[in-house]
Write a protein that binds this ligand. Structure first.
Ligand SMILES: Nc1ncnc2c1ncn2[C@@H]1O[C@H](COP(=O)(O)OP(=O)(O)OP(=O)(O)O)[C@@H](O)[C@H]1O
Ligand SMILES: [Mg+2]
Length: 388
């Protein structure tokens, strides 16, 4: 054993969770690229095998497993407090209603989903992706608690909380809240499990069935924005999770209805700069198939050479944020100087810094897409940037 002063122990401020977060942050970028490639090639393959064939079912399983990986990375990044999404004013009721497809495919028909949504609900100003993560984690827990069926209920309402009601919750200020109640009629929890349920990595599920991050993520997301979480559960009776999120005073933005079919390109020229070859080939394939003209290269220097050659030949730059040599945002700044009006779409991983949304007066429209992306999301974002 080494002498006392040579033994290493982690610095006292590094909780296991922070260490996990740092690890996750370090690999999330690569991991998301890998998962994105798997998911997209699975989709390509699905398009070329007969639907209903054994191969189609196998590919579906590959896709599902990879998507689970994406979810896991996202949870870890939220727990590590590294993921920062855009804040949007939105209606929680719409987020719940929009979850319909997910619920139908994930929850199963043996569970009845009920919604009691207050039509006069105050809006929220948060990152909707995070609040959706809360809903998903709670819904999946409810599903697991009702193997023989039951009812999953989403309830929303407005609530004014005074100092007495928020006192016990560090970080919460009295005021106007949107109340969300997610309840099930499942197996419930005894007091020991309930007391530990929010602990990271606490799970009663078999290995491979649960990581114990679901409720810890819910807690992190809600308390980070000054909200309150409460749990009540009875063995054999069911579980309710009650959440209060600070209401926004602004009016909700007009909801953007996602289009069903992925919008096609109209021969616009897209310059792709991405150092990961597999990710680059996925982007090329998606865009080419959709009717865009593609030039692609592994880095900023090569991209600038292409622009130098025929700057006006490009309508949009699709650039990775973190690339060796020249960063994507540096590339974009130079590119819009060479080709005024060039639109820019940044592809960014969870662990990357958010690239700037303002690239100067000569820039066209600028947007971001999270990695990993799928064809539909990429094509929609391109259409938004390129117009109608
Ligand atoms: N709705 C529920 N009904 C009964 N028990 C629950 C419910 N939600 C959570 N639990 C208990 O709390 C534990 C922790 O839940 P949590 O969501 O954090 O992790 P998990 O579901 O086990 O795994 P993960 O969500 O990471 O896949 C669960 O293992 C389960 O014992
Ligand atoms: Mg869970």
């Amino acid at each position: 054993m080494p002498p006392e002063d040579e033994r290493r122990s982690p610095p006292p401020d590094e909780s296991p969770l922070q260490v996990i977060g740092q690890l996750a942050g370090g690999i999330a970028h690569d991991f998301n690229n890998i998962l994105g490639v798997i998911i997209n090639y699975a989709r390509f393959a699905q398009g070329s095998v007969p639907p209903g064939s054994p191969a189609a079912a196998d590919i579906e399983e590959i896709k599902r497993a990879a998507e689970r990986g994406v979810g896991l990375v996202r949870q870890l990044m939220i727990l590590a407090r590294r993921e920062s999404g855009a804040t949007v004013v939105f209606d929680l009721n719409e987020l719940i209603t929009g979850l319909d497809g997910f619920l139908r495919s994930t929850i199963g028909e043996h569970i009845t989903v009920e919604r009691r949504l207050d039509p006069g609900l105050w809006p929220l100003a948060e990152d909707p992706a995070r609040i959706e993560q809360v809903l998903i984690n709670l819904a999946v827990n409810a599903r697991d608690a009702m193997p023989a069926g039951g009812t999953l209920t989403f309830e929303t309402g407005n609530a004014e909380l005074g100092p007495a009601e928020t006192a016990a919750y560090p970080g919460a200020e009295p005021g106007r809240f949107v109340r969300l109640l997610v309840s099930d009629t499942g197996v419930g929890m005894d007091s020991e499990v309930a007391a530990r349920a929010f602990e990271p990595m606490f799970t009663t599920k078999a290995a491979g069935q649960g990581t114990g991050l679901g409720l810890a993520t819910v807690y992190t997301i809600v308390t980070q924005v000054g909200g309150l979480v409460d749990l009540s559960s009875q063995p054999g009776r069911g579980t309710s999770v009650e959440i209060h999120l600070p209401a926004s005073r602004s009016a909700p933005a007009v909801p953007t209805r996602p289009t069903r079919a992925a919008p096609a390109g109209r021969g616009e020229a897209v310059l792709i700069a991405e150092d990961d070859e597999a990710v680059r080939r996925v982007a090329e394939r998606i865009l080419e198939t959709a009717g865009y003209r593609i030039s692609s290269c592994p880095g900023g220097v090569e991209a600038l050479e292409l622009l130098d050659d025929r700057a006006n030949g490009f309508d949009l730059l699709l650039a990775d944020v973190v690339m060796p040599g020249m960063r994507g945002d540096d590339l974009a700044r130079r590119a819009v100087a060479m080709r005024p009006g060039l639109h820019v779409l940044f592809m960014s991983g969870y662990s990357d810094d958010t690239p700037p949304s303002d690239l100067g007066p000569t820039a066209g429209r600028v947007a971001f897409i999270d990695k990993p992306f799928d064809a539909g999301a990429l094509l929609e974002r391109l259409r938004e940037l390129l117009g109608g």
